[in-house]
Design a protein around this ligand. Structure first.
Ligand SMILES: *Cc1c(COP(=O)(O)O)cnc(C)c1O
Length: 371
């Protein structure tokens, strides 16, 4: 029986098949998109072509020629966030964006964030002198919207930092609801969409700033990312620093191509497919060799977190899946979300192209290496 097989009529090419055909063949099974997705031929070629152009005409001349492609990338970010008049900046990644945003904020240094906040983000917050208050959540780490409305009304922090989808869990957080509460109380809200962008609905949240990474669900190159802010949010010195930094323009062009590919595939279709992929993955893997799935089966994300049976080390399992079965997964140590995770886990994050055969291979391998 098919669990993630796409419904297609004879002769029709599905979204997943198109996505797979557009990139180099995987060496084994790649179910690690939350860490780094596989780039398409067009994205890889865009970076290489820009480097060639730099060699031909000069790096600064090539940068001028690339300006329209970069503007198309910024327009795609505006479309996907629903922030029609946003200032959009290319960054070196999500962590870079948070560093810029927090470093640029004057005034009171007290922010609210989820208990499942990404560990490296907590370190950045602390480095910028921010005290953090926990937003109220239920037993699965999901925001309790009513309790959050009460807490933010009663004791408003200077800022809310909201991670729409964690690195350690596939629970899709209600970003639109928290943003509405923040607006009602005049509290600025920054959204970490490192895992949510090109995966969940990030349009029309109404955040003051939203940032993401290129390499995750957008399937762009590593080492770059994007930051969208409401117009004028960043100070002039911060904008000038970004504008004058030495950057890899070729990777910005390649990211812009990946954003264009995502728009062309259809963000709604990708989102629906990733939801099915998550449900199918959880159905196949829950209970396999004693591993348990953390998320509800129907959680609308493609991240599956597996808790190990007693005495099994997810780090060893991750290594053996790779070495013995050519299956790429992620080891999740508690430092990833130190205020929520109590023990290590294994993360499975397939993209739209995963097949029933991939999941069957993963299930068999997981059973083999867990024994
Ligand atoms: C990956 C990740 C980050 C950091 O992204 P970089 O691009 O590596 O800086 C931040 N937040 C979350 C939730 C992530 O998953």
């Amino acid at each position: 029986m098919s669990t993630v097989g796409e419904m297609s009529t004879v002769g029709e090419v599905t979204l997943g098949e198109r996505w797979r055909a557009a990139r180099p063949a995987p060496a084994g099974v790649h179910v690690d998109s939350a860490a780094c997705s596989r780039q398409s031929f067009a994205v890889i070629d865009a970076a290489a072509r820009h480097a060639r152009h730099e060699a031909e005409v000069g790096g600064y001349v090539a940068a001028e020629a690339a300006a329209p492609a970069l503007e198309a990338g910024r327009a795609a970010v505006r479309a996907l966030t629903g922030m029609a008049d946003a200032d959009v900046f290319f960054t070196t990644g999500s962590g870079h964006a948070l560093d810029i945003l927090l470093g640029d904020r004057p005034g009171e240094r007290r922010l609210a964030c989820l208990p499942g906040e990404f560990g490296p983000n907590l370190i950045t917050m602390q480095r910028h002198g921010f005290a953090t208050l926990p937003l109220p959540v239920d037993g699965s780490g999901r925001l309790d919207v009513d309790a959050a409305a009460d807490a933010l009304a009663h004791d408003p922090p200077a800022l809310v930092h909201f991670t729409i989808l964690g690195s350690h869990s596939g629970i899709a957080q209600p970003a639109h609801a928290i943003a509405e509460i923040c607006r009602a109380h005049g509290i600025p809200i920054i959204v970490d969409a490192a895992q949510g962008f090109a995966h969940l609905d990030c349009a029309g949240i109404g955040a003051d700033a939203l940032y993401s990474s290129s390499r995750k669900w957008t399937a762009g190159p590593r080492g770059v990312g994007m930051l969208a802010t409401r117009p004028g949010l960043l100070s002039e010195p911060a904008v000038l620093r970004l504008a004058h930094a030495e950057v890899n323009i070729g990777l910005h062009v390649a990211l812009s191509v990946a954003l264009g590919e995502h728009l062309a595939a259809g963000p709604d279709a990708v989102r629906a497919r990733l939801r099915d992929v998550g449900a199918g993955t959880r159905t196949v893997l829950d209970g396999a060799a004693g591993w348990t799935v953390v998320e509800p089966v129907g959680e609308p994300s493609a991240i599956t977190t597996l808790r190990p049976p007693d005495g099994v080390d997810p780090m060893t399992v991750r290594s053996r899946l790779l070495a013995e079965h050519a299956i790429v997964t992620t080891y999740l140590g508690p430092e990833r979300a130190p205020r929520e995770m109590t023990r290590p886990a294994l993360r499975i994050s397939p993209h739209v192209d995963v097949t029933d055969a991939d999941l069957a291979a993963l299930e068999a391998a997981l059973i083999a290496v867990t024994r």
